[in-house]
Write a protein that binds this ligand. Structure first.
Ligand SMILES: Cc1ncc(COP(=O)(O)O)c(C=O)c1O
Length: 451
C-alpha cells in the first residue's frame, strides 16, 4: 500500500519548521543581517542562500562529521560540503600535513619534491598515467575539454541532459522534449552555447549512437552515475556501450568522478573496470582545500605531446597560477595515502549500507512511494517510487516542497543533508548513532506528514 502525502500537510510542516528555525537561530539571524551589508545576497558565495532557510545557518566550527553553528547547536553533517569534506571536516591526516608542510611554502610556480610521488599515487589509484592539477573540478573540466578539442580537431562536445560539471559554460545546455537550449537562469552568458554542445539522455544508447555518428564530437563528458539531479544510475551495459561507441566514432570519453569518488578507492571507473580516455575529480582530493586533478590515458597523452610539438607560439589558455602548488600536492598525498585504500573505505560503505537500509525500512513502514539508492558512501532518497531512468525524468522529480520540508525538519533536529536534493554522505568520523539519528528524524517527519 502506498500513502500519498497531502500538499497541505507539507506546506503546514514547512511553515512551522521555518518559524522554528528562525526562533532557534538568533545568532545566525543577527550575522545574516550584518553580512547583508557587504556580501552580494548576504553571503560570500551567492548560492549559500539557496538552502531555502529563512536566513543562512552560520557555521562556527566543523570537525569530523559534526557542524556547530553560531548559536551553539550541533549537527550530524551528512552534506559534508557537498563532497568537499567527504573524508570529514579537518581530517587529522590533512591537518597534520598542513602543519608539517604549511611552514615550508604554499606555492612557488615550480613543481615540489612531492610531485613525482603524487603522480605515481594518482596512477596507482586511478589507472591513468598522465596527470595535471587544478584548483577546482570546474577548472579541471574546462581544461580537459580544451585538450580534447585540441587533439581531436573537433569543436563539438556531448553531455547528458541535466548533467552538472561545475561552472563550465559548454555544459550549460539542456534538451527539453528534443529542443536543445541553454539552461534557464544562466547569468550573463552572451554566446549561444548550443552551437558546440550536443545533449542526449543518460541511458539512451540509440540517441547516443545517433549523436556520435557524424564523427564530429571531440568528447563525451559524463559522470558515470548522475549525482546532481537526484541520482540516476547507469542501466546494465550502458557505460560499456558508451565506451564502445565513443571509441568507434573517435570521440574521447571523459569521466567526471568528482562525486563518484564515493564509490571506493579507485573511483567508480576503477571499481567497474571502465577504461576512459580521461578522468576528472576535485572537491575532497585535498581534504576540502581547493584542488582537483585530471588524468589522461597513454594514448591521449601521446596525442597531446604530438599536438604540443606543432602548437604555435602564445598562451595555451589552460591553467591558473595556484594550480599544482606545493601545498596542494602535500595535501593530495595525505588524502590519497590515508583514504584511498580498501581498508579506509570499508567502514564508510558499511555505514552507508546501514543508512540505506534504515531509510528503505522507513519508506516501507509508511508506504510512501519513494526509493533510496547508494553509490559507495553516497546515499540518496527520492520522493518517487523508482529510480529515474535519465536526467529529464529526474529533473521532473526533484526540487519538490517535500524535500525542503524534510530538510528543515532535520535541520531543526540536528541533522544536515545536502540542499537541492536528498544526498547524504558518510565520512570516516560518521557514527552509527548519527546515522540512526537521521533515520529516526526522517521516520518522525514522515509520521507527521502522513498522519
Ligand atoms: C560532478 C561534478 N563535477 C564538477 C563539479 C564542480 O566542482 P567545483 O564546484 O568544486 O568546481 C561538481 C560540483 O558540484 C560536480 O558535481
Amino acid at each position: 500500500m502506498t500513502s500519498s502525502i497531502p500538499g497541505k500537510a507539507v506546506e503546514a510542516l514547512l511553515r512551522r519548521e521555518k518559524d522554528l528555525f528562525s526562533q532557534r537561530h538568533p545568532a545566525s539571524k543577527a550575522l545574516a543581517e550584518k553580512a547583508a551589508r557587504n556580501w552580494l545576497r548576504g553571503v560570500p558565495m551567492h548560492w549559500m542562500v539557496d538552502w531555502g532557510t529563512p536566513f543562512p545557518l552560520f557555521v562556527s566550527k566543523a570537525q569530523g562529521a559534526t557542524l556547530i553553528d553560531a548559536d551553539g547547536h550541533s549537527y550530524a553533517d551528512f552534506c559534508l560540503g557537498d563532497t568537499g569534506a567527504m573524508f570529514g571536516h579537518s581530517p587529522p591526516a590533512v591537518v597534520k600535513a598542513l602543519e608539517e608542510e604549511g611552514a615550508n611554502g604554499f606555492t612557488a610556480m615550480l613543481p615540489s619534491v612531492d610531485a613525482a610521488e603524487v603522480g605515481e599515487l594518482l596512477e596507482d589509484r586511478f589507472g591513468l598515467p598522465f596527470w595535471q592539477i587544478t584548483a577546482t573540478a570546474s577548472d579541471a573540466n574546462r581544461a580537459v575539454l580544451r585538450w580534447a578539442r585540441a587533439i581531436t580537431g573537433r569543436k563539438t562536445i556531448l553531455v547528458f541532459n541535466h548533467c552538472y560539471h561545475g561552472c563550465v559554460d559548454d555544459t550549460f545546455v539542456t534538451a527539453d522534449h528534443g529542443a536543445v537550449k541553454m539552461v534557464g537562469g544562466l547569468v550573463g552568458e552572451p554566446r549561444d552555447l548550443t552551437a558546440f554542445t550536443r545533449v542526449v539522455e543518460f541511458n539512451d544508447v540509440a540517441a547516443l549512437e545517433q549523436a556520435l555518428a557524424p564523427g564530429d564530437v571531440a568528447c563525451v563528458l559524463a559522470e558515470p552515475v548522475m549525482t546532481n539531479v537526484g541520482m540516476v544510475l547507469p542501466e546494465a551495459g550502458f557505460l560499456e556501450k558508451l565506451r564502445m561507441l565513443t571509441e568507434k566514432h573517435g570521440t574521447l570519453l571523459i569521466l567526471d568522478e568528482t562525486h563518484t569518488l564515493s564509490s571506493g578507492p579507485r573511483g567508480y571507473a576503477g571499481a567497474m573496470g571502465l577504461k576512459p580516455d580521461a578522468l576528472v575529480f576535485g572537491k575532497p582530493i585535498a581534504g576540502g582545500i581547493p584542488a582537483a586533478a585530471y588524468g589522461f590515458s597513454e594514448a591521449a597523452a601521446t596525442r597531446i605531446q604530438a599536438y604540443l610539438r606543432n602548437r604555435g607560439e602564445g598562451r595555451s589558455g589552460i591553467g591558473t597560477t595556484l594550480s599544482g602548488s606545493k601545498i596542494q600536492l602535500a595535501l593530495i598525498k595525505a588524502v590519497l595515502t590515508t583514504f584511498f585504500t580498501e581498508e579506509a573505505f570499508a567502514p564508510l560503505i558499511t555505514r552507508a549500507k546501514r543508512l540505506e537500509r534504515g531509510i528503505a525500512d522507513v519508506i516501507i513502514k509508511y508506504g510512501v512511494p519513494w526509493h533510496v539508492t547508494r553509490v559507495g558512501a553516497r546515499v540518496e532518497f527520492m520522493c518517487c517510487p523508482r529510480p529515474p531512468k535519465n536526467g529529464f525524468e529526474a529533473s521532473q522529480l526533484i526540487h519538490q516542497p517535500i524535500d525542503e520540508a524534510i530538510h528543515h525538519y532535520l535541520l531543526n533536529r540536528g541533522v544536515v543533508i545536502t540542499p537541492f536534493h536528498n544526498m547524504m554522505l558518510i565520512c570516516p568520523a560518521t557514527t552509527d548513532a548519527q546515522v540512526d539519528t537521521l533515520i529516526s528524524g526522517l521516520d518522525r517527519c514522515i509520521a507527521e506528514l502522513t498522519a
